[in-house]
Design a protein around this ligand. Structure first.
Ligand SMILES: Nc1ncnc2c1ncn2[C@@H]1O[C@H](COP(=O)(O)OP(=O)(O)OP(=O)(O)O)[C@@H](O)[C@H]1O
Length: 241
C-alpha cells in the first residue's frame, strides 16, 4: 500500500532524509520512530504530497506522491504534528468544512461528521468553539478530521501528544481497531505505545534507517540472552550515534 524507494530530502546543504527504503502492506500499522530531527515529519510530509522529495520515489495506493499528489491526498488521512485547526470554528463546523474540502458527497456528510466525531471521542463537544477546547480535545479533533471519508491510509504524527493517560489508552485502542481496514503509519516518542500497537517498526536516525523489522525480531536480535530487552533500550542503543 505504501512503497518508499531511495527517498531523499535535502534542505539546502542539510540532508533531512537520506535514501529511505521501506514499505507498508495493506492493513498493517508501522511504528515510525526516531529522535528529534531524525527526519520523520519530513518523510510524512513527502508521503502526504505536501513536500516534494529531492530524490527517490514514494507510492501510496499505487500512485506516485510527486506525480499524482491529488490522487494520493484523496487516499490519505493525515494528522500533522500541529493539526490544522481553525480556532474560531465549532468542532462540527470545522469537520463539515474539512469534509467539503475533501469533496466528500454532500448527502451523508452530516452522518460522516458524526461517525468520525464518535470514533475520535468528540461527540460531546461538537457545538463548542475549537479555541476553547483543552489540548487533548483539540488533538482528538485533529484525529477526527484525518478519519473523514475513511481513507485507506492514515498517517499520524504523534497522535497522542497532549493527551492524558486515559485518553492515550483510548486513542491507542482506536488506532488498533483502525488497522486491518486502514494502513497506518504511526509516529510517536512514546515507545511502549508502539510495542502495544504495532507489529513492525522503522527507526531512523539522522535521516537514515537504523532498524526496520518486526518488534519481536528486533527484541530477539538485540536482546541476546536477556529476553526482556525493551524497544526503548533498542532505540537508545541504535540512535546513540
Ligand atoms: N523547512 C526546513 N528547512 C530547513 N531544514 C529543515 C526544514 N524542515 C526540517 N528541517 C531539518 O530537517 C531535519 C529533519 O527534521 P524533521 O522535522 O523531519 O524531524 P523529526 O524526526 O520529525 O523531528 P521531531 O521528532 O522533533 O518532530 C532537521 O534537522 C530539521 O532541522
Amino acid at each position: 500500500m505504501i512503497e518508499v524507494q531511495n527517498l531523499t530530502k535535502r534542505y539546502r546543504d542539510r540532508i533531512a532524509v537520506d535514501r529511505l527504503n521501506f514499505s507498508v502492506a495493506e492493513g498493517q500499522i508501522l511504528g515510525f520512530l526516531g529522535p528529534n530531527g531524525a527526519g520523520k515529519s519530513t518523510t510524512m510530509r513527502i508521503l502526504t504530497g505536501f513536500l516534494p522529495p529531492s530524490e527517490g520515489t514514494a507510492r501510496v495506493a499505487g500512485f506516485d506522491v510527486f506525480e499524482q499528489p491529488l490522487e494520493v491526498k484523496r487516499r490519505i488521512g493525515y494528522l500533522p504534528e500541529t493539526p490544522p485547526l481553525y480556532p474560531e470554528m465549532t468542532v462540527a463546523g470545522y469537520l463539515k468544512f474539512v469534509a467539503e474540502l475533501k469533496r466528500l458527497p454532500g448527502r451523508g456528510l452530516r452522518a460522516e461528521v458524526d461517525r468520525v466525531g464518535g470514533l475520535a471521542g468528540v461527540s460531546d463537544v461538537m457545538g463548542r468553539v475549537i479555541q476553547n477546547l483543552s489540548k487533548g480535545y483539540k488533538q482528538r479533533v485533529g484525529i477526527a478530521q484525518a478519519l473523514l471519508g475513511s481513507p485507506p491510509v492514515l498517517i499520524l504524527d504523534e497522535p497522542t501528544e497532549g493527551l492524558d493517560p486515559a485518553q492515550r489508552a483510548e486513542v491507542r485502542g482506536l488506532i488498533k481497531r483502525l488497522a486491518g481496514k486502514h494502513t497506518v503509519i504511526l509516529s510517536t516518542h512514546i515507545l511502549p505505545e508502539v510495542t502495544m500497537t504495532c507489529e513492525k517498526v522503522l527507526i531512523i536516525n539522522q535521516g537514515r534507517v537504523v532498524a526496520y523489522d518486526e518488534i519481536r525480531k528486533l527484541t530477539h536480535v538485540h536482546g541476546g540472552k536477556a529476553e526482556n530487552v525493551s524497544l526503548e533500550e533498542i532505540f537508545i542503543k541504535l540512535t546513540a550515534a
